[in-house]
Ligand binder design. Sequence first.
Ligand code: SF4
Ligand code: ZN
Length: 301
Amino acid sequence: MAKKDEDFEEEIKEGIVGKNVIKKVEKYFFRAVREFQMVKKGETIAVALSGGKDSSAGLYLMGELQKKLPFDLIAITINEGGEYREASLEKAKELCKILNVKHFIYSFRDEIGIELDEIGKKADNVCSYCGVFRRWLINRKAKELKAGKLVLAHNKDDFAQTFLMNILRNEPERIARFAPVSGYSSPKFVTRIRPLIYCEEEEVLEYAKQKKLPFLAKACPYRKGAFRLRVVKFLDALEKEYEGTKQNALDCSMFMMDAVEGELKRMKCRQEIRECKKCGEPSSEGICMKCRMLEEIKGKS
Ligand code: SF4
Ligand code: ZN
């Protein structure tokens, strides 16, 4: 999720971002890939590319990795609709052209039959719908494209925020799910990898700028009302006063992932993954979340 342009400019003027950011981001990226054995020789790796700074840097870095390890690299962009996505889609296309990466684009309109602005007119919690629909679609398409792994460019800040959100919402299962490598427990999911886990958001931004990557530095207009934004502000304020807060959250979430996973297995409350009766995609219930939410939003006037 991108910050506002003015925020980025201010951070750079203030010199918050370190000088050796290129070296640092690359070191952390390669460290994560190695440590969690994220990529296998010869497999197809799909990058979820939004056209924002994180996924653009993620695609570029995967291209760098490809120079050392042979694998097929592709990019997938989900077009949720609306002006904001049109603008970021152009950046995504531009980057794929520069890097010579095959780019696959799928829209909510064609694949799901509803667009973001329509959801926005019917519901306040647009992000909840958007997130579920996007995850459903990208997993389905990555499988069709025979991708062995799906790269999600979540950074250290995203990990800290998600960890805190999962605690505040009392969703321990999700703590286990948001891992450097996840989704491998069922063949119905394409394994997701998060190689930017050790990189801070501002470092990724500076990296993308110094590398002159095309990306959209504007935030989605629907983000304003998101619960995540409240958590971002809270963590940023804490980090200013108590340096290391985000790192502590990341360290704790890494510890908790394993602990929660173990506990869920011990309690035998790991839900079995079945196929949705409507769409055939993975679901822990008879009808998957995407199908239920889609029916609900389409039924709203
Ligand atoms: Fe979707 Fe919300 Fe992200 Fe916008 S901010 S792209 S609505 S999840
Ligand atoms: Zn379904």
